[in-house]
Design a protein around this ligand. Sequence first.
Ligand code: KG4
Ligand code: ZN
Length: 338
Amino acid sequence: MDKDIITLAIETSCDETSCAVLRNGREVLSNIISSQIDIHRKFGGVVPEVASRKHIENINLIIQEALDEANITFNDIDLVGVTRGPGLVGALLVGISSAKAIAYALDKPLVGVNHIEGHICANYIEHKDLEPPFTCLVVSGGHTYLVYVKDYTEFEMVGRTRDDAAGEAFDKVARALGLAYPGGPVIDKLSKEGNPDAIPFPRVYLENDSYDFSFSGLKTAVLNYLNQAKQKGEEIVVKDVAASFQQAVIDVLVDKSIKLAKERKTDKIVIAGGVAANQGLRELMEKRGKEENIKILYPSIKLCTDNAAMIGSAAYFNYIKKNVSDLYLNVVPNLELI
Ligand code: KG4
Ligand code: ZN
């Protein structure tokens, strides 16, 4: 492609209002993220109605900030990308309505983006030479997938969680331990000081040939451990519970990812989604990757959690493949990757 494509991207699927400007899908000119975490923390989780209202209050300011930081105006935009799902219906609607208004006013193409695809694309921004095919572990607050990425917009779903997502398990266990929302980063930090072998929590592998995951049994095992310790009046060492729980999650995530990469003979495993920020997961994956001669890639922390730059990257690659939306684009709150 000879001419640069400037993409304006909007992400409002959960509790971050974000807008980004990208050049050609991999170069970030701006990526403004306004987090509502402090507002939702006092409720112990995201309150959908509050999230929608905050997005409405913020969205125009964030869009303007993204344009200013990228040093462009609306007239420089070639393409508008926006998250269409999965996510909270009211929150998604704020982003989609704004994106449609901009695309209509500028008479430019609109691309509705799958949020999970966006998480995978964060890696194209971080690693400029990364190209499919590769094995990808997607671990976010709502989803856990093992995916064979055939091409930029083509995916083969090989495994998924049958119950809780990995991030959801982190958040629920953190809550049981009386830790702040979101629980993932707090458990990650505590785990560095705790003993991962202190409590033998179960590793759930399911059937021998299965690439699926299940984390609800582990969550229940942690809750039972806490209840029994309380009943017996035993001391609960929070950092040891956190470290032992985290180890049980990442052991399974890493084992299944390595197994798939070997089976498909891919020389790379790419990690995506909020839980890709987890230090323990990154370290174990890298250790095992080294042993098996598999390269491990993940985005920087800012690109792991929700942001519009990853949506802009996914919008660009879909635009190149002519997967363009029209102004009837609607939100799909329970959208799957494929
Ligand atoms: O991808 P994301 O920002 O939002 C969704 O699309 O769901 O993921 C948020 C999830 C939350 O469950 C959060 O606890 C988890 O990612 N998370 C982490 C870490 N940072 C965020 N989990 C483990 N370790 C972390 N460092
Ligand atoms: Zn996300």
